[in-house]
Ligand binder design. Sequence first.
Ligand code: C2E
Ligand code: CA
Ligand code: CA
Length: 767
Amino acid sequence: MTREARPYVVATVSVVALGTGWYLAFATVGAGSEAIAYVFVPVGGVFATASVLHLYRRGDLDPVARRFWRGVLTAAAAMTFGYGWLALDMLTHAAEAHTRSMPPAAAACVAAGFAVAIWAVGRVPVVPTGGERWRMLLDRTIAFLGCAAVLWYAGLAPMLAAAEPWSPQAMLLTGLAFLVTVGAATKVSYIAGGPVDRTALRLIAAAGGVTAAGVAVLAAWFGISASIPAQAIVMPLTPVLAALGVAAQWRTGAGPRREPGRVGILLPYLAVAAVDLPLVAIALGAPLRWPGRVVLVVAVVVTALVTVRQYIAFQENARLLANTRVQEERLQHEASHDGLTGLANRALFRDRLAAALATGGHAAVLLVDLDDFKAVNDLLGHGVGDRLLVSVAQLLRAEAGAGGLPVRVGGDEFAVLLTGAGADAEELAVRLLAALDRPISEYRLLVQASIGIAEAGPGATVDSVLRDADVAMYTAKQRGKAGFVRYAEGMGEPVLAHMQLGGELRRALDNGEFQVVYQPILRLDDGCAVGVEALVRWHHPTRGVVGPAEFIPAAERTGLIVPLGRYVLRETCRQAAAWLAAFGPDALQEAALNVSARQLHDPDFVADVRAALAETGLPCSRLVLEVTESAVLRGQQVSRTLHELARMGIRLALDDFGTGESSLSLLRAFPAAIVKLDKSFVDTIEIDDGQPAAAEARRAVARAVIQLARALGLSTVAEGVESAEQAAVLRELGYTLGQGYHLARPLSAEDVSGLLARQQTVAIADL
Ligand code: C2E
Ligand code: CA
Ligand code: CA
């Protein structure tokens, strides 16, 4: 109990003790007039009122709590005043105290106090809203009627029927006190924790209840003479309980709010039990006089109300249950289906496959992966990409038939699970590819797919079947797109190694396992290095140095080529700038690096290049970006990027020139500055088998390329020069620059520095 509340509680308890002491003395030795009995209530009331006032003046009380306690304060003051008046009246007419009843004005004061208390309790906000409000109203009505029946039967009716009947004032006040009690008690269950403390509200309820019940019971048992112990002992308990209620609120203050309790649920049942008590008394032989009949009527009403309440609760439960069921079904569907296409998802797919394997029946999986879906997303936007996926899903649903479960495995990967003996996986694959041969979706897009087929053999597990299908699909992609491959024994190893690579790349990038080497590009006449091409190497912790041919495709597939390419770009620019600073502008004209299609699709690519140049201080004119023909032919976005780079003054080289399909037309549309004659045209260029026509045919492409380049004003570099003979023929054809193992192997940056240093010394010596 808090320091603030304690003195009031002590004071009110002392008043009860005094009252009890006095009554004992009065009953045994007849101490003084019975008018003294009336003094204790107002004295206790003064203390109780003071305690409420003290609480009310506290600063941090919640507004709702403040309003409630203001009501209690007014009620306590009015009642104390009323009972004080009664006490004065009794003391001044001590002789006739036994027969005197309460002055009506004083009774009115007390009654007004009760009315204010009822009002204050009524305004404490309750939690329920809407439908629950009605149930609460029903519950409280039931509770009220139940309690009222008891009070009536055990208290008011006997008071009325007593030989010396009680004054109407006494009965009115008892009734009002009872109203406060039931109102507050039934409300406690419905107020959430605070701002009015629940214990406080319970004690306020008890304060009214003690008066009502105590006085009624005493009256029923002892008749009118009960008014003396009622006044001296029972009624002074009211201030004690009020002071305790105040103490409870002090403790809570503005503290944390608690969850509403669930006692409310029990209320109607308690009320039924209460109304049953008088009925049991009647059943046991108490005469069924008119007060008993009233109880019977009340019992019938209460039963009816409880029935209504149960019916409402039943309906509510049924509604909730139906809701839950719908929700559950929806959740289940959501958990097992893909939101975009409505197809079964990976989880359901695995479940069904597991079920098929468990029964030992036939099961085949077709894994369908769209080719180049990413390009659609990148070029036409995700909205178009989504609609394309939906169209593919529709197509899958139509072709899969009754025995097949179409699935969206994720991203642009689909699957069909075939169970049942009649299903032919290959036939379905052919049908699917044929269906995809026609443009789909409202954009009339042509998409192709690679399909891997795996059949569940004996001892197969869900994972093994899916892995086989994956390997087969991957192999189908490798063999050129738009086809299907059925898994065969031994197909897995190389593919799995390749797939594993993808996972390792990320780690390698984080661990800094990549290094850039530089292959010099030399003048064919004097062997002087005029440029370098940056080539990336992977220093694998267990496999040693891994060449780009092995991991660039995996890096492109996983998108890791973008950060990897960014690394090569920075490293090359930094190194080229360092060489420029160390050996001057004439030593090395340019540094070239390879850019893959995926990088050109990256919207940040131009910005990355700008940043790398700016940060390293390398002039634009000294950077060459090598792109392959197939990368250049990747649509508008790539074309825009290339033109922008060219406008910046960066030179673009067409790599592996001559191997593509549209080299010539490409040169017109593409802002190339350099063409790199592919190694395959250099390889046999020097062979002189004594047949001039055949030798000339082998040189035809190399000759055509140099003529074309001259006509268009482009530089040339011959790639893959492996011998002095090749170099000689190339020079003869008009090539001035070459790159190849015969001229120089890819070197570390230090080795290139050494080469440049030697070159410089020679140049100075030549002067
Ligand atoms: P590429 O652009 O055609 O690069 C030339 C490749 O030919 C290099 O192989 C080089 O080492 C090799 N080479 C040079 N001279 C000779 C020769 O006389 N004989 C033979 N047989 N080969 C020669 P490397 O370094 O293995 O690179 C292979 C491909 O990987 C490159 O072909 C390029 O397309 C790609 N690549 C390399 N580094 C990068 C990079 O940083 N980014 C991207 N996107 N691709 C890269
Ligand atoms: Ca290259
Ligand atoms: Ca090349």
